[in-house]
Design a protein around this ligand. Structure first.
Ligand code: ZN
Length: 165
């Protein structure tokens, strides 16, 4: 949480995180284990999780809230992002940070964000992808630039430094 700017969660209107052991949403168990209710509460299911996964799941859901709060619901029409997502799909490299990223453009960016904010192991996956895959790198720059300009959350400078190491 310390990596977020001071007023980040206030501006986000994020209220509650609920750690649960079984998660059942409208009759279906959620194996992945996270769920957002009413855009204020995040549920995280600890049954299936390592620390690494837990931390990533948290940042993943936070990013969904950012999409919702800041960008006209879920940023459905972000053309540049859409184009890069499709380029990743066509590329012979795997320009995705996880299998779940492939699901749709929205999950792609929240998975990227989740990995970058995650523990060392997850973050290393992100950095290696960015160094080896041009499209992935472009997605990271687009995402972090957006964050810097619109959310007042600067991950871009650190990321660019890490790319030069
Ligand atoms: Zn998601």
């Amino acid at each position: 949480m310390k990596r977020y700017p001071d007023d980040f969660f206030v501006k986000l209107n994020f209220k509650t995180i609920s750690i649960v052991q079984n998660l059942n949403v409208t009759g279906r168990g959620r194996l992945g284990g996270t769920y957002i209710y009413d855009h204020n509460i995040i549920f995280i299911n600890i049954n299936y999780m390592s620390d690494d996964y837990f931390i990533r799941a948290f940042h993943h859901e936070i990013q969904h809230l950012v999409d919702y709060r800041y960008f006209d619901r879920y940023l459905i029409e972000w053309t540049e992002w859409q184009e890069l997502f499709e380029a990743s799909n066509k590329s012979t490299h795997s320009g995705f940070v996880s299998d779940y990223s492939r699901k749709n453009p929205k999950e792609d960016r929240v998975e990227m964000f989740g990995h970058y904010m995650g523990l060392e192991r997850s973050k290393n996956i992100f950095i290696q992808k960015a160094k080896n895959d041009e499209i992935f790198y472009q997605k990271a720059v687009l995402l972090f630039t957006f964050y810097k300009e619109r959310v007042d959350f600067n991950l871009l400078d650190d990321f660019l430094l890490e790319m030069n190491q």
